[in-house]
Write a protein that binds this ligand. Sequence first.
Ligand code: IPM
Ligand code: MG
Length: 366
Amino acid sequence: MSTLKFAVLTGDGIGPEVMNVALNVLKVVAEKHQFELEFEYADVGGIAIDNHGEALPESTLEVCKNADAILFGSVGGPKWESLPPKEQPERAALLPLRKAFSLFANIRPGLLYPELTEASPLKTDRIPNGIDIVCIRELTGGIYFGQPKSTQDLEDGDVEAIDTMVYKKSEIERIADVAIATAQSRGKRLCSVDKANVLETSVLWRKTVTEYVAAKAPELELSHMYVDNAAMQLARDPNQFDVLFTENMFGDILSDEMAVICGSLGMLASASLGAGKNSLDHPFGLFEPAGGTAPDIAGQNLANPCAQVLSAAMMLRYSFGQEAAANEIEAAVESAVKGGTRTGDIAFGGNAASTSDMEAAIIAGL
Ligand code: IPM
Ligand code: MG
């Protein structure tokens, strides 16, 4: 019997309650598929600031290092918003975690079931069959991490701040591998997004992607789009895309747009895969819902646990090679939602249910 060893970082707000649902779902599939779950909790984000004085304590990093994957909730909330930006839970926990484990490949599926098209702000005639796209975002390079990064007072009394956007060909190629594999497993269409009419990094990005895809996956239909146009096209006709592929900051922005057109942040999962392999010879990864901590509904049994449950499914697939179990969880979520069980944040037509109703509906489908 194989043992799935992962760190559980529930974080703040609705994090703990939706994590409980994901763990309960995992327990059911573990029994069915004959694998053992071995997980260890650790503090991250605001709760870690409260308990240990920092958002990502060394002890939490240790728990993650001893695991084969990280199941992450969400971090942040009003209580910590007055801290200096560098110490705030989102920035002080997530960015160092990405760096520490070289989590360079961020996979964000944008999925809207046809039954939920009313939940999207797009007119339903633009998305008659829902939405099914994926965004592959480079996560450890670009302007987020480039040096120099600083703020200084100038001699003339002015103040200057600098961020630096850097990309190496090798960094572009390794994320291109993930984009290629994703497109090969889906509709075979890859749209690479850049700003090559302005940025040097984008010129390198476009050249590298063009040559790399031609060499490694000539069967794919590769297109290129400027990021401003891509933002517009996503709102106009999202299903013209199959796999959207882009650098760190553009991916941050486009993936939020993708999330909102998909109707509910409570439905979107994500995977951030590392360069290194875990003890099972699969990629080490961090798996987290795309939505935030939703402090306004925390602790009220109202949060939608689907994104956390779907993130757990992604963990099974990518870091543990448990494809069948992952598929079963995804199908169970789909049938729970299509069957009418919806929590407040994806409700329309008066179908609001609770976190625990949603959990029961998912588990019933397993
Ligand atoms: C995301 C978030 C993070 C990012 C923030 C919280 C640092 O917006 O995961 O998309 O910008 O990458
Ligand atoms: Mg973001």
